[in-house]
Design a binder for this molecule. Sequence first.
Ligand SMILES: Cc1cc2nc3c(=O)[nH]c(=O)nc-3n(C[C@H](O)[C@H](O)[C@H](O)COP(=O)(O)O)c2cc1C
Length: 470
Amino acid sequence: MPSITVRNLNNSVKQALRERAARNGRSMEEEARLLLAAAEVPAPKHIVSFDDASSSRSATSMNTEAGGKKILLIIGGGIAAYKCLDLIRRLKERGISARVVMTNAAKEFVTPLSIEALNHDKVFANLFDREAEHDIGHIRLSREADLIVVAPATADLMAKMANGHADDLASTVLMATDKPILVAPAMNPRMWSHPATRRNRKTLERDGVLLVGPAVGEMAESGESGKGRMAEPYEIIRSIENLLDTSPKPLAGMRAIVTSGPTHEPIDPVRYIANRSSGKQGHAIAEALGRAGAEVILVSGPVNLPDPSHVETIHVETAREMQQMVETALPAKIAVMVAAVADWRSTDEADEKIKKDGGKGPTSLKLTENPDILKGLGHHENRPDLLIGFAAETENIEEHAKTKLERKKADWILANDVSADFGVMGGNQNSIKLLSASGVETWPQMSKEDVAKRLVDRIANHFDWTTTSI
Ligand SMILES: Cc1cc2nc3c(=O)[nH]c(=O)nc-3n(C[C@H](O)[C@H](O)[C@H](O)COP(=O)(O)O)c2cc1C
């Protein structure tokens, strides 16, 4: 009987499957089945999930940069509390240990027993528990962690935090800490948009509390949708890893501008010219630059991706808006122009929807060339010290990229073959040729995250070399 073992998929496919499954609230196994069904591949009888295949995995550390750190996880009383089981499992996979505090309301949604069994540690819940207080105590709980994470942060818990309440263990610990606090709000969209919650959120932000989410989506309990859904565990993990990150920051003190995604060029109020760019490569580069310590401004066209953490994201639609935002963000040491900017826009954008004129055939579109953002930067008086462009090509890749390098006065061009059968546009893989004045480097096919990391290493080396050679 045929079978697929999720564990044996390559890492980037596994990561994409994990993210997709998390986004859709399904197990990896379920997601794999649905994908195969959608592709009309006969579903194998057995799809062995990561966890089925390796029940001892939870004890194995992936040894990330944040590994060895400790967090205190405070679980509030919301329906999303069940996601904390997944969150704890993922923390353990990364070698991050979690102590757990539950509010009384949280215990109505998940049992302390499930958390204790998964976490191999006692759950703390009662401020006046003599034994627990003697054992570790609320002050130690709040001081011993490197980071405090509140997930789900209910409207009530946020209100308590914003107003300095300390009437149970969770709120007392939050008052007694001097450690960074990350909250993952989760509530009904009306609760999230209520003026009281809006005030509390602002107060918390002013107090230096960091937020992840909430996302827009369907509410688990009511079938309603809107903003208020808790960020998925993988997103919370990403924020935790960023906050605990102690990796070197070779680009600290440098400002970088990155563009990402497609642009949409309106034809009329309902139609536009676009392309298949997903923004995955540009967003991964912005995030990797941020992780390396750069101050990053990401100018993004319309994409279906969350804003990367530690990056200031500016959302735009058209090429002209993108150019304006990029130039406003100058001066910068580094600019990486990844966006697939539409070459043309409609010359006469219609104010009203263009009507189908029965029998006369399609209307013809007159096009005007859009500004060339990369070329504009190459010739700008505030030209970034290192100007990098992307070239999406389908033929004569090296030749076209070389012309682009010279014509646009860029320092490096990263050319990718968008006709590759692994699907660069919208996909998770890329294969790059890096062209510079010193020649051509060919990188093997790798995930877009790995392209981003490799590029950031090259950038760091470039500046290291530049400064040491002066
Ligand atoms: C079924 C159910 C689901 C709930 N889900 C949420 C929620 O997602 N977010 C929220 O803010 N409150 C939610 N509440 C209300 C909280 O449980 C209530 O405000 C509680 O006092 C919060 O306690 P805490 O401060 O310990 O988190 C829910 C209540 C019920 C009965």
